[in-house]
Design a protein around this ligand. Structure first.
Ligand code: NDP
Ligand code: VSD
Length: 327
């Protein structure tokens, strides 16, 4: 009996070794050791997660930072907060990333000139708008606006930064998706779609850019304590609130720190907490992998995770039904 168990274990180990050999990670990004003097462009860097990222890059790593956002007053306030001594390492530019590609391109060119012709090393697409609202209460133009900012804005910024990355054969591009970019949630018909769109963009783009040594990170945070979330909470349907609560609430600093870590590693995905980890494992589909542990978790657990997810989903459907009865 004992012998049979030992043999089975050895067999399983051998099989696993062969599998690991056959299924090596798709690519091996080089770890970004030195962030000092790196030029980091952060869209939506005047608030929330983007602002926290700007703070960390500036103060912890000594990087050069360019922030793009619309509201000039908020940008000015952000400049005073992050760089009270008016360092020229921080450039804040007022631009709407969703309006015209030319405008975005001019802003990026301006930023490169400002930072002593340093091309963009890291682009972080954090700018977005979001609110939770039932489908029928969302106007058609609101769907268009959200897609323009959250999706097209990220496309424009990426296109404007890419040529200089390609020329040098190095670069990192980050897209802020959300756990709501991994599953549909009550009240997020417009928002989820924009975040799902980023997944298609990121996967296709990584296939084009891996040979150029440019790596993409797709980030899936749960609710994060930011001015954007406070605004969203003012009119959030209780169904959305209850579903989101199951994944907890993080601080912008927690989210930003892990984004920097994952970007340095060049990981394709960046997720948070146990729910985030399981959700990312479950929804990996045809995403690229960069580590053996991802391959093992995904191949061993997806079936089981699907069963768990169906239970979770059932509880969400129940909760939504119940909520209709509560005035
Ligand atoms: N907070 C959360 O719970 C979660 C957030 N996320 C994602 O993380 C990212 C950051 O979120 P968060 O920090 O909460 O957001 P905030 O609402 O706090 O900040 C959004 C930033 O984007 C900028 N922005 C919005 N529209 C435009 C535009 N058209 N052009 C340029 N800049 C724009 C805003 O500045 P201005 O208005 O002045 O232009 C602001 O700086 C978003 O992509 C969001 O979807 C993901 C999961 C959870
Ligand atoms: C098998 C694994 C089980 C996993 C459980 C899944 C729980 C999902 C909760 C969904 C939370 C969505 C948060 C969106 C936050 C966001 O993007 C907004 N705050 C921005 O507006």
């Amino acid at each position: 009996m004992l012998l049979a168990i030992i043999l089975a274990c050895i067999g399983a180990l051998a099989l696993l070794t062969i599998l690991i050999y056959l299924y090596r990670p798709l690519y091996h990004p080089k770890y970004l050791e030195d962030l000092y003097d790196c030029h980091v462009v952060i869209t939506g860097g005047s608030s929330g997660i983007g602002k926290e990222l700007a703070r960390l890059f500036l103060n912890e790593y000594g990087s050069r930072v360019t922030i793009l956002a619309r509201n000039s007053e908020r940008l000015e306030e952000c400049r005073r907060d992050l760089s009270p001594n008016l360092s020229d390492r921080l450039l804040c530019l007022s631009v709407d990333i969703s309006q015209s590609y030319e405008e975005v391109e001019n802003a990026i060119q301006h930023a490169i000139r400002h930072h002593q012709d340093k091309p963009v090393d890291i682009l972080i697409n954090s700018a977005a708008i979001f609110y939770a609202r039932p489908f029928e209460q969302t106007k058609p133009e609101e769907f268009a606006e959200m897609m323009r900012i959250n999706y097209l804005g990220s496309v424009y910024c990426t296109q404007a930064c890419l040529p200089s990355m390609k020329r040098r054969g190095t670069g990192r591009i980050v897209f802020l998706s959300s756990q709501a970019g991994q599953l549909g949630v009550f009240g997020y018909t417009s928002y989820c779609s924009t975040k799902y769109a980023l997944k298609g963009l990121a996967e296709s783009l990584q296939m084009e850019l891996e040979r150029e040594n440019i790596y993409i990170t797709l980030v899936f945070p749960p609710d994060t304590d930011t001015p954007g979330l406070k605004e969203e909470n003012k009119s959030k349907p209780k169904e959305t609130q209850m579903i989101n609560e199951t994944s907890g609430l993080l601080s912008a600093e927690q989210v930003a720190k892990k984004i920097i870590q994952s970007t340095r590693k060049g990981s394709f995905t960046c997720s948070y907490g146990i729910n985030g980890f399981l959700l990312t494992c479950l929804t990996c589909g045809a995403q690229p992998v960069t580590t053996v542990s991802e391959i093992i978790c995904q191949s061993l657990f997806i079936g089981l995770l699907r069963l768990i997810m169906l239970r979770v989903l059932k509880s969400f459907y129940k909760l939504v039904k119940k909520a209709k009865q509560i005035p």
